[in-house]
Design a protein around this ligand. Structure first.
Ligand SMILES: Nc1ncnc2c1ncn2[C@@H]1O[C@H](COP(=O)(O)OP(=O)(O)OP(=O)(O)O)[C@@H](O)[C@H]1O
Ligand SMILES: [Mg+2]
Length: 459
């Protein structure tokens, strides 16, 4: 059970916090001044201190420095008056974990306390961090699974296909695999398949000999030769044209290349890591990607999940980027206010980690004090619908759990009607029967929803 020491000279404030925190399941002790608090600290063990700044006798700030000396790991949250933001800044500079200002916003108090206590757990489990990879931040179950996979497959020669939305960290994963591999050469040669025009692609990959086409003024070795005995990273592999796909497949099968305009065949020994933000299985179905090439590349497939599927990594990433950009921009922004963090936790990050990085970079640049406040976060408003798009996978799932023949026997109209009715019922449940809100959720007009409710005899 988390034990909190509340220090305030005002009895009403102590009582208020005590009741509030007890209701949240914390064990609470109170002290009416700093001396009292220091005594209690010697007698009991606490996980967290919440202290007023302005108190007669020893001030809250002095208490803070006292505590930081004897209990450097103890998170201290300071209570400041809304009217004196300077106090907040001083408190943060002196090592306060965060501050809350009077008058209180109950949600804010809760979230500050939560992050203070989870921070403490984090420092306790720091030694476990060694199972991650340098430069890739993440402790979520999803990322730990990826780390585990990297560790297992990196030393093998297997080709790897990394897929996931833009900005999820695919290139970092590719580098981590290379760094932990047993390839002889240290070369990790990336090539961006979407950035090179088709006419040049073949020569970029396999090289050419002087004079083989206009502009070929000398011999060129190409990606595969340069990456020989090392790793070739084929980024945006989904953008390869059919012709190049066929040529690449041949190279992977034969393990040899023939530079453009040359008649000599050269053996190659390259580990291939490919990445794409497309779903290649869908590209195959659509006839845009060769299935045989897919299987050659995706001996080991790794899906890097979007950030919204691993929100627990957001605080760690924020910390990491805060340090990075404070250093780069020569500022001392070491913290993000709990409220700002909460805003980020509720955000969808269509641009994934790259977007979070940009948000923090701007936040650091804009921050007027040493803490990032919600005002300095620039989030892109999300168009409706986009965030609610049913993924093809979900439809696949629907088909998978239903007997296909039964669905056909039932007929499209009936299936769709049932689905519609069920979705409307669900929306009504979610909105406690508010037709207005349900219509909003379903993105239909109120009238149309009312009509359907009547038609289906719902409710
Ligand atoms: N887990 C992470 N820890 C630290 N930084 C990360 C992490 N994931 C991504 N980044 C950073 O986010 C940015 C985007 O990452 P990266 O280029 O690897 O993404 P990507 O999946 O290859 O994106 P794209 O599909 O757009 O090429 C980089 O600056 C990278 O350093
Ligand atoms: Mg990339």
């Amino acid at each position: 059970m988390t034990t909190i020491l509340v220090v305030d000279d005002e009895k009403s404030m102590r009582d208020f916090l005590k009741i509030l925190l007890k209701k949240e399941g914390y064990s609470v002790e109170t002290g009416s001044n700093a001396d009292d608090a220091l005594l209690k600290l010697q007698q009991n063990s606490f996980d967290l201190i919440i202290s007023d700044i302005r108190m007669p006798g020893i001030s809250g700030l002095e208490l803070l420095s006292n505590v930081k000396e004897s209990y450097p790991e103890m998170p201290v949250i300071m209570i400041t008056a809304f009217a004196s933001p300077d106090d907040a800044v001083t408190a943060m500079k002196n090592g306060a974990f965060d501050y809350i200002s009077k008058p209180f916003n109950v949600d804010e108090i809760k979230s500050v306390i939560e992050s203070a206590t989870s921070q403490k757990e984090k420092t306790h489990s720091r030694e476990q961090l060694s199972d991650s990879f340098p430069g890739i931040i993440g402790r979520s179950r999803e990322m730990l699974k990826i780390f585990d996979l990297i560790r297992r497959i990196a030393p093998t020669p297997a080709n790897v296909l990394i897929y996931g939305e833009s900005g999820t960290g695919k290139e970092l994963v590719a580098k981590a695999i290379h760094m932990n591999s047993k390839v002889e050469s240290q070369y990790f040669i990336p090539i961006n398949c979407s950035a090179i025009p088709e006419e040049l692609m073949e020569s970029e990959l396999f090289g050419h000999v002087k004079g083989s086409f206009t502009g070929a003024i000398g011999d060129k070795s190409g990606l595969f030769m340069e990456a020989d005995k090392g790793t070739a990273f084929l980024d945006e592999i989904g953008e390869l044209t059919p012709i190049i796909q066929t040529k690449l497949l041949r190279v992977l099968q034969e393990r040899e290349i023939k530079p453009v305009g040359s008649s000599t065949i050269k053996p190659i020994n390259v580990r291939i890591i490919a990445a794409t933000n497309r779903i290649l299985e869908e590209e195959i179905v659509a006839g845009r990607f060769r299935e045989d090439l897919f299987y050659r590349l995706a001996v080991v497939p790794i899906r890097v999940p979007p950030l919204r599927e691993r929100k627990s990594d957001v605080p760690l990433l924020v910390d990491f980027f805060l340090k990075k950009y404070s250093r780069l921009l020569g500022k001392e922004v070491q913290k993000i206010s709990s409220y700002a963090l909460q805003v980020l936790m509720n955000y969808d990050f269509p641009g994934n980690v790259r977007e979070l990085e940009n948000i923090i970079e701007r936040g650091v640049a804009l921050a007027g004090t040493n803490i990032i406040l919600p005002e300095s976060l620039t989030l892109t408003p999300q168009p409706r619908g986009q965030q609610n798009t049913i993924e093809n996978n979900d439809l696949e799932l629907f088909l998978a759990v239903h007997n296909e023949q039964e669905l056909f026997d039932t007929g499209l109209d009936y299936v769709m009607t049932r689905l519609e009715k069920r979705l409307i019922q669900h929306a009504l449940e979610k909105t406690s029967n508010s037709k207005m809100k349900a219509a909003d959720l379903l993105q239909v007009s109120f009238r149309s929803l009312r009509y359907k409710i009547k038609k289906y005899g719902i409710g």
